[in-house]
Design a protein around this ligand. Structure first.
Ligand SMILES: O=C1N[C@H]2[C@H](CS[C@H]2CCCCC(=O)c2ccc3ccc4cccc5ccc2c3c45)N1
Length: 124
């Protein structure tokens, strides 16, 4: 059966899209993330991502994680999730994320991390 390898073009329900490079033999990958939304009034440019996925030789619905380091800011998001494939071979990435903004002091640390979910599907 075909397996879920993350390489390619994906979009989520917010309208963001990401391009993931070839996944290397140890599951590592890089890519670019273009978010459709931001939590700041600054214009966010395309940002680099790095991650890894579990090998697809044993499993066809691998777990993965990746980090987006937002360009021109000190904020960072980590995504973690799993690829699911329906009986027609359609792949869906169900993820949760943590968005960390840089805060000025430990006293503000409590409000520095946002959490959410995103579902990605392939852009043909
Ligand atoms: O596709 C998806 N898009 C959203 C979800 C999870 S990641 C999220 C987009 C985050 C863009 C970066 C951002 O908001 C951001 C960027 C730069 C910032 C600079 C300065 C900030 C100061 C205070 C608070 C911030 C909060 C988010 C910020 C930035 C700041 N899925």
């Amino acid at each position: 059966a075909r397996k879920c390898v993350l390489s390619g073009l994906w979009k989520n329900e917010l309208g963001s899209n990401m391009t993931i490079s070839a996944v290397n033999t140890d599951g590592g990958f890089t890519g670019l993330y273009h978010t459709a939304v931001t939590a700041t009034d600054k214009h966010i440019r395309v940002s680099p991502l790095k991650g890894s996925q579990k090998p697809t030789n044993q499993r066809k619905q691998p777990t993965f994680g990746f980090t987006v380091s937002w360009t021109f800011s000190n904020s960072m998001t980590v995504f973690v999730g799993q690829c699911f494939m329906d009986d027609k071979g359609k792949e869906t990435l169900k993820t949760m994320w943590l968005l960390r903004e840089e805060v000025s002091s430990p006293g503000a640390d409590w409000k520095a991390t946002r959490v959410g979910t995103n579902i990605f599907t392939r852009i043909k």
